[in-house]
Design a protein around this ligand. Structure first.
Ligand code: ATP
Ligand code: MG
Length: 338
């Protein structure tokens, strides 16, 4: 058993506990996490260190703790396996912060300044443009490179961050010889960029202050139906995937992800029918898609002792794996070994 686990390719991905994950997080990333859990050696993390780059928790630090525990329970409810997979909380494994510091010194200010997420988030959080927000992609590079990761299942919004991680790895390897494996992104199909239901030109984000734009994974079915029915579309009453029909395109992508249908098949199904019918079908497909997750979550979320026990086990496994790469890096850079 152990031999096969070692030969499996390594997958790593993480999600911030900034709020309850959205349908965007689910279709763009978490659904792929679950589909990869058996065939790869998967490490999945709650990225709590990343989430203090915004000020959401400064008035109420205990909210960060609650969100982290909730997100860990969500990972378990997705069917991820705490024994076969490595499910951990990022701050429990100090190697992430340690490697991030080293990698900061191998990243140029100019290349980090080109990151669009930094530009977007610094506009959104103009009162708190901190250095951590700027260094976010370097911590993410450390998360990935620590585990000699082969594949990183992410949404399209994280593509640029994966590229910078690869660039940092190439640079480090060219100075010190082979140290880091170059990770590849893994994108799902239609769900790589789910847009806000209220402003379909912007991506659905769990830290969006307008909850109507997002379907949250823990929303009750009636809430999901209401949100999808009030999604912004257009006045054409035509279910078709076309330039300029952002709202309809988004709903079609969501429907396609949940049912496996092509855009053409969806257009045929709703030919001559209005948006009312279409939205009801999308809502029903989403409710159905999340059904078993919702049931599992209700079962698991109350068992705090089990959640903490799994997190401790995950942290131990991740610490052991990351120690190898960190040790190599410290030696190569020339630090005196303890
Ligand atoms: P935040 O607003 O706090 O940044 P987020 O919704 O962007 O939250 P993250 O924790 O930053 O979520 O990202 C977790 C994963 O979800 C990443 O792999 C990211 O690419 C993916 N993701 C985020 N938003 C979307 C979206 N709208 N569509 C598809 N995938 C997404
Ligand atoms: Mg994000």
């Amino acid at each position: 058993m152990e031999n096969t686990a070692e030969k499996k390719k390594i997958v790593l991905s993480a999600i911030q506990p900034t709020s309850v994950p959205t349908l965007g997080n689910y279709l763009g990333a978490l659904k792929n996490w679950a589909s990869m859990k058996d065939d790869y050696n998967c490490l999945y993390a709650v990225a709590d260190l990343h989430s203090i780059t915004i000020s959401a928790f400064r008035d109420e630090p205990s909210l960060l703790r609650r969100n982290t525990q909730q997100l860990y329970a969500i990972m378990l409810a997705l069917g991820l396996d705490p024994d076969e997979n490595t499910l951990f909380v990022q701050s429990h494994v100090p190697a992430h912060s340690q490697l991030a510091w080293v990698l900061n010194c191998y990243t140029q200010f100019g290349e980090a300044a080109r990151m669009t997420q930094f530009k977007e988030k610094s506009e959104k959080h103009a009162d708190n443009v901190n250095v951590g927000l700027f260094a976010y992609p370097i911590l993410m590079a450390a998360d990935i490179l620590l585990y000699q990761t082969d594949f990183v299942p992410i949404g399209a919004d994280q593509k640029q961050h994966l590229e910078i991680a690869r660039n940092i790895a190439v640079r480090f390897n060219s100075i010190y010889g082979d140290t880091f494996k170059l990770p590849e992104p893994f994108f799902g199909k239609a769900g790589t960029r789910v847009m806000s239901l209220q402003d379909p030109t912007k991506k659905m984000s769990k830290s969006d202050p307008n909850p109507k734009g997002c379907v949250y994974m823990l929303d009750e079915p009636d809430v999901i139906v209401k949100k999808i029915k009030s999604a912004v579309t257009d006045s054409e009453a035509l279910v078709a995937h076309r330039e300029g029909k952002d709202g309809v395109n988004n709903l079609m992508a969501i429907y396609s992800c949940c049912t496996g249908m092509s855009f053409e098949a969806i257009e045929n199904e709703f030919a001559g029918r209005g948006y009312g019918d279409f939205k009801s079908a999308v809502a029903e497909a989403v409710v159905e898609e999340l059904r078993s997750f919702r049931d599992n979550y209700k079962r698991i979320s109350g068992d705090k002792a089990y959640i903490c026990e799994c997190a401790a086990k995950g942290a131990e496994k991740a610490a052991a794996m990351s120690a190898r790469t960190l040790g190599k890096v410290m030696k190569k850079v020339g630090f005196m070994l303890p």
